[in-house]
Design a protein around this ligand. Structure first.
Ligand code: NHW
Length: 398
């Protein structure tokens, strides 16, 4: 018992020191919702960066700069997130990184790298971008923290906690005191845990590279037939989103997202940035009523390929990730089936979606299968009374 208690005590040496929901408080429903620590005057925030081990130095990464962008891209391409079997690794494109890191009001100082002093080689990275996220009826200014990466050769040296403290300091300097982030690992304490579901678009390749397996009593040709999709979308008025749709899409999205406990508080500038189509980065479609020319529905996905590690025939997997979808007039099932059809037209191998918002409605029906990856959602310095159901969450992070 004592040993068990000690193990629990020392399990998260870093996270136990941070203003996050702690495991020991998980069943204590009497703790108040909201900020865990109050803000302090910005003038009282530590003015100097945290200390790094002597061989390393901080750098602010100017992602506009082609050379810096390439360094970040290479660090992530070789060292970022892999699946449990180390068969695939996320391969965010440079265009994607520029999109993800430069939303309205972004701060350059929140794109933080670590270099080897002697060689200037980039060996670690972490980023924040500003966002307004609504929790119940309160819109909270937050940082969305992402792309935490430490070079494989520098793992397990407690560099990550220093990077997290440094990004926290720089966020505090902008008078922002909360953050949202996701991770595949369990930390204190998820606000909810989602599962990834996968819809095969190119089943033969997915099986060949070991992403999926042939089902029991299935042949390759039956599998290909099972996942076959129509050549063209079926919803009348389904078309690519354009700049002129921003106001209508913002209204649709704000109205839809208002029903979730945690969701982004998007204005038109945010929608223009996050949802206007950007080649090979984000795709968005509206349904414009052929009669009234009203925009009645909306769907979107982003493009996040993975490198295929150690396969003689294939080097990359083209994956689309469901982003924000709003079905007002068109049935959600039909809208998402059209999204699958355009993803197939664009040569994606797989369409991924989490089981959040109303996604449960279409996942099984549209032949998505559950993956083994879980995604935990976290808030920094903001307590919820109790964990949410995935269906109560309206936030997709990249
Ligand atoms: S999740 C993707 C994270 N990146 C990867 O998985 C890439 C491959 N792995 C690595 O590069 C999306 C390393 O393994 C990393 C850890 C760098 C992950 N989140 O340096 P040490 C995001 O980017 C804790 C948070 O020895 P390492 C979201 C771990 O629990 N903490 O480990 C990022 C332990 O602490 P503990 C994580 O393997 C959100 C400590 O790090 C974590 O060499 C960040 C060990 O450090 C993770 N994914 O490097 C938080 N993985 O207490 C933002 C491990 O348990 C918070 N750890 O002893 C908000 C800040 C802003 C607030 C503003 C008010």
């Amino acid at each position: 018992r004592i040993q068990e208690a000690l193990a629990v005590e020392s399990r998260h040496r870093f996270w136990e020191t941070q203003p996050v929901g702690q495991f020991k408080d998980a069943r204590d429903g009497s703790l108040p919702e909201g900020p865990i620590e109050p803000p302090i005057p910005v003038s009282a925030v530590k003015q100097e960066p945290y200390n790094l081990p002597a061989l390393y130095e901080w750098t602010t990464c100017d992602i506009d700069d082609d050379q810096t962008c390439a360094e970040v891209y290479n660090l992530l391409t070789n060292n970022y997130v892999e699946d449990d079997e180390n068969m695939f690794r996320f391969n965010y494109s440079k265009e994607f990184l520029r999109w993800a890191l430069r939303p309205p009001g972004y701060f350059k100082a929140w794109h933080i790298g670590v270099r080897v002093k002697a060689t200037k080689k980039l060996v670690a990275f972490i980023t924040g971008v500003p966002a307004r996220i609504r929790v119940r009826d309160e819109a909270v200014r937050m940082a969305e923290v992402n792309f935490l990466c430490v070079h494989k050769k520098l793992r397990s040296k407690r560099l990550a906690p220093v990077m997290i403290k440094e990004v926290t300091r720089r966020v505090h300097l902008e008078n922002i005191w909360q953050a949202a982030y996701t991770a595949g690992v369990v930390l204190p304490t998820p606000i909810t845990t989602c599962r990834y579901w996968h819809r095969s678009l190119n089943p033969k390749k997915l099986i060949d590279v070991g992403f999926s397996r042939l089902g029991a009593r299935m042949t390759m040709s039956r599998t290909i037939r099972l996942y076959k999709l129509p050549e063209a979308t079926v919803t009348p008025g389904f078309r690519k989103m354009e700049l002129r749709d921003v106001a209508a899409v913002t209204r649709l999205l704000r109205d839809y997202l208002s029903q979730f406990v945690v969701a982004p508080d998007f204005d038109e500038n945010d929608v223009e940035h996050w949802l206007l189509p950007l080649e090979n980065v984000v795709d968005s479609f509206v349904v414009e009523s052929p009669e009234t020319h009203e925009v009645t529905d909306f769907c979107s996905f982003y493009s996040l390929p993975s490198s295929i590690l150690n396969n003689p025939n294939y080097s990359g997997l083209k994956a689309a990730y469901s982003y924000y979808n709003v079905a007002m007039r068109t049935p959600l099932l039909q809208l998402m089936n059209d999204a699958l059809i355009v993803a197939k037209q664009k040569d994606y191998d797989v369409f991924n979606a989490l089981d959040l918002m109303h996604n449960e409605v279409f996942l099984k029906e549209l032949k998505f299968g559950p993956g083994d990856g879980q995604l935990h959602y976290y808030l920094y310095n903001y307590r919820l009374r109790s964990a949410l159901q995935p269906s109560e969450l309206g936030l997709v992070l990249l």
